[in-house]
Design a protein around this ligand. Structure first.
Ligand code: TEU
Ligand code: CA
Length: 545
């Protein structure tokens, strides 16, 4: 068997810098702010921080439009601040994972500024161009944030291709000069001591726009294996690719234990389960637990022993899980803990998104003027103009806007939740007086303390890292239960995913067992969860060894 890698036992925390901690009163989170919160993260017990982009950027897509990969945007601080963060985190046993956006740059990147000067400029073929006639698009492909995927440049009588905003021109990975520049940049960050990389929309770097192929192009794994050989494999890094188009077969290549590509990928099969078939995330449909269990179980079974899963409910693009699939009203604490246990009991590397460990919820701003995200604003414009009922559009936005994840981190009950002394770039969720880190850390039965316990359990019980996953009661519509088994140890995770009482007849072997964690147990009691009688209270969850 291949020896265990450090990131197979690690837990990663994602920081969205703009919303984490402001240190200079401009209402925008920054790197010195993150440094001031490293002790909080050490207390939580995490091993690495995935930092959403802090590079120089015009901020059209909040930093996922990079204009200089080797400089820090002044709004977040300086390269010296970045080097201090790496050093301070290292002192606390925490690695820094940088977010690499390699599918596209900002149109303000010097490469694009050069490329659009002329067709024979040495940088022209760093991007994807098509000759054409104004008003006659090369094809009818759409960009993710609205409008066509082709933008006309009159001086060149050409269109350039952009899968995201018009200010995010796609890079041409067929050009080996592009690949070489990217590899040199990655090695430069590795020399600075970063512990890993998250690769933005990495399955979209191999594309064939004329065939309308925008992901999983024929050369994808060739490019990834070359990048891995030329850079990652020269260090002891964690690398995680964002791959919306991944399936288990592809993931076996991405997360091959031989290290030829990445450590793992973010796949999104479970994330797409509460939307109408063949439509967008804004076209809501209720989640069916049986579908969720089937999707997650498939990934657990298919990658066991021949790949590696990432485990996540949240990120900066997703609504907050306690509002999405838990109950953020009368069962906020119980359901947040239940969701955490289901995720952290599975095989893979768990990711915690800032505020998830506090049970932070979605936001409901009074109207669209309070929203900031380019994707949300485009959606509103598009659907209201198309005649959708404005209340229905807001219902979709309340459920799925990326701003649900981007309201400021709630540190305490003081003004702006302690996030900033100035005007925050986006308003703080008004429930910050009840839900904040200070309150959570003072309460032994808080969501924070439960996450802390789950993280510690992963370090203490090898079966949580290595054990084979087996789903129980696959057709039950309330209970999510599974076992993890290794040669000398068995673990049971048993959870009521619903707000109503549930019961099940547990296999006899589970009549006894040590309760490692239960979300109804009071920290200071030896309380036995109700699970022995196979009876589960609303959102009750228990982990038994
Ligand atoms: O996201 C990829 C992506 O496709 C998402 O934008 C997704 O489509 C959407 O958020 C959910 O509908 C990555 C980054 O995570 C995202 O923040 C960037 O906006 C995007 O790439 C472009 O870089
Ligand atoms: Ca700031």
């Amino acid at each position: 068997t291949t020896e265990r890698k450090w990131w197979q036992q690690a837990v990663v925390y994602q920081i969205y810098p703009r919303s984490f901690q402001d240190s200079n009163g401009d209402g925008i989170g920054d790197i010195p702010g993150i440094i001031s919160r490293l002790d909080y993260l050490r207390e939580l017990g995490i091993d690495a921080i995935w930092l959403s982009p802090v590079y120089r950027s015009p901020q059209d897509d909040n930093g996922y439009d990079i204009s200089d990969y080797q400089d820090i945007d002044p709004m977040f601080g300086s390269l010296a601040d970045m080097e201090e963060l790496i050093a301070e985190a290292k002192k606390r046993g925490i690695r820094i994972i940088m977010d690499l956006v390699l599918n596209h740059t900002s149109d303000e990147h010097r490469w694009f500024q050069e490329a659009k000067k002329s067709k024979d400029n040495p940088y022209h073929d760093y991007y994807v161009w098509r000759d054409g006639v104004e008003g006659e698009l090369p094809n009818d492909m759409e960009a993710a944030f609205g409008g066509p995927a082709w933008e006309w440049v009159p001086e060149l009588k050409q269109y350039y291709f952009h899968q995201f905003s018009v200010k995010q021109p796609d890079l041409n990975w067929e050009n080996e000069k592009v690949r070489r520049e990217i590899y040199d940049m990655i090695l430069w960050w590795m020399d600075k001591g970063v512990g890993g990389f998250r690769l933005d929309v990495i399955d979209q770097i191999a594309k064939e726009p004329d065939q309308r192929i925008t992901a999983n192009g024929p050369r994808l794994h060739e490019f990834i294996q070359e990048m891995s050989r030329e850079t990652f494999q020269k260090g002891d890094l964690i690398t995680v690719g964002e791959a919306w188009g991944a399936d288990p077969e592809r993931a076996k290549l991405y997360s091959n234990p031989d290290g030829s590509e990445f450590s793992m990928v973010f796949q999104f099969e479970h994330i797409g389960l509460d939307q109408q078939e063949g439509k967008s995330k804004w076209d809501l449909a209720p989640l069916r637990l049986v579908d969720l269990k089937k999707a997650l179980a498939k990934w657990q079974e298919e990658l066991h022993g021949c790949g590696w899963n990432s485990l996540f409910w949240n990120n900066h693009d997703l609504p907050r899980i306690v509002s999405r699939w838990g109950n953020d009203k009368e069962y906020r604490v119980q359901s947040a803990k239940m969701l955490a246990m289901i995720l952290h009991g599975m095989q893979g590397t768990p990711y915690i998104y800032q505020g998830e460990e506090l049970g932070m919820t979605n936001v409901r701003f009074p109207d669209i003027s309070h929203y900031r995200d380019i994707e949300t604003l485009h959606l509103y414009e598009e659907r209201v103009e198309a005649g959708y009922d404005e209340a229905d559009v807001m219902t979709s936005i309340y459920a799925k806007s990326r701003d649900n994840a981007r309201t400021p981190m709630q540190w305490d009950g003081s003004a702006n939740a302690g996030f900033t002394a100035g005007e925050p770039w986006i308003e703080v969720n008004e429930n910050y007086r009840q839900i904040n880190a200070e309150t959570e850390m003072a309460d032994p039965d808080s969501v924070f303390r439960f996450y802390q316990k789950l993280i510690a359990l992963r370090k203490e019980y090898p079966v949580i890292v290595d054990g084979k996953f087996t789903l129980l009661f696959p057709e039950d519509e309330q209970i999510f239960a599974y076992t993890r088994s290794s040669k000398d140890s068995q673990l049971l995770v048993l959870a009521n995913f619903s707000g109503k009482e549930a019961s099940c007849s547990l296999p006899e072997m589970w009549a006894e067992g040590q309760v490692l964690a239960c979300n109804y147990e009071k920290e200071n009691s030896a309380g036995e969860g109700e699970w022995k009688r196979g009876h589960l209270r609303p959102y009750e969850a228990v982990m038994v060894l």
